[in-house]
Ligand binder design. Structure first.
Ligand code: ADP
Length: 264
């Protein structure tokens, strides 16, 4: 198994490299955008017209021949949905970057895990993937954080595990204490990640294999979001993976000591 601490590959603490990836996907190869505020507005501005476009397409869809053809509509819908996801995911990433630790509240890993498992249950059922959370101690593992963001990060990992795993496999969610940290890991029996892809895995818009159907449905902003949420919480995300055998993503967060004393 390969163990990677993504932080080790990040020498651009201000995220400039991430933003270059963003403009690449727009085919504006020479443009260097390093104003996060501007990008936030861009993502925001993108969202409303795209939502309107989608509504128009749905309207046309009901009008038969005059609607411009099924294939055209399908393509347009797919592209529009994709653009909308880019804007939404980018805004999420931007929100994560602006998380204020002063607003953090104590919570348990158990709360996160059970809500995340609920949210992903439907998708797992569709692929007959078993979601397992064996004998853990998550109720006693406290962190101080933003519940919504930590939940989204956990759901992102579970969502990927489902997307990149074969039907009938299992996903195991574990929670544990490791010295002054608490850890939540998501282990799958999926396609795995090649060693050479690991250094870029947490870069915006990076996808191991864009030809694979699961990747086409994604945007490539999920793992950058997870990494940013962890950074803002003083934690990190690690991955261990082996092609053909599966991956294990682990969220590591500082334990909330006061919470443990109060709630033990
Ligand atoms: P996406 O929207 O494409 O899933 P992510 O940022 O969440 O974007 O993930 C980036 C890429 O990392 C994915 O396209 C996929 O190639 C790879 N990946 C993420 N999670 C897993 C996993 N559990 N198993 C295999 N590959 C994964």
């Amino acid at each position: 198994l390969l163990l990677v601490t993504p932080f080790a590959f990040l020498n651009e603490a201000d995220g400039a490299a991430k933003l270059i990836s963003f403009v690449d996907i727009q085919d504006v190869k020479e443009t260097v955008v390093n104003d996060r505020q501007a990008l936030r507005y861009m993502a925001h501005d993108l969202r409303n017209p795209l939502t309107t476009m989608l509504a128009l397409i749905e309207q046309q869809d009901g009008q038969g021949e005059s609607g411009g053809g099924e294939a055209f509509l399908d393509d347009l819908r797919r592209l529009t949905n994709y653009s909308l996801r880019v804007a939404q995911d980018f805004m999420q990433l931007s929100r994560a970057e602006h998380l204020d630790p002063a607003s953090f509240l104590p919570l348990t890993l158990n709360e996160l895990a059970s809500e995340a498992l609920d949210q992903i249950g439907g998708a797992a059922d569709q692929k007959q993937i078993a979601l397992l959370a064996p004998d853990d101690d998550g109720g006693n593992l406290w962190v101080s954080g933003n519940y919504d963001m930590l939940l989204r990060a956990t759901v992102n990992l579970l969502d990927n595990a489902v997307k990149y795993s074969p039907p009938g496999s299992a996903i195991v969610l574990r929670m544990e204490r490791a010295q002054q940290y608490v850890c939540l890991s998501v282990q799958d029996q999926g396609i795995g990640i090649p060693e050479q892809a690991l250094p870029q895995l947490f870069d915006p818009f990076f996808q191991v294999d864009k030809r694979c159907q699961s990747a086409r449905n994604g945007v490539g902003l999920g793992l950058p979001f997870v990494r940013t949420v962890m950074e803002r919480h003083g934690g990190l995300v690690e991955v261990a993976s082996e092609v053909g055998r599966g991956s294990c993503f682990r969220l590591v967060l500082p334990a909330y000591a006061m919470g443990e004393e109060e709630h033990a």
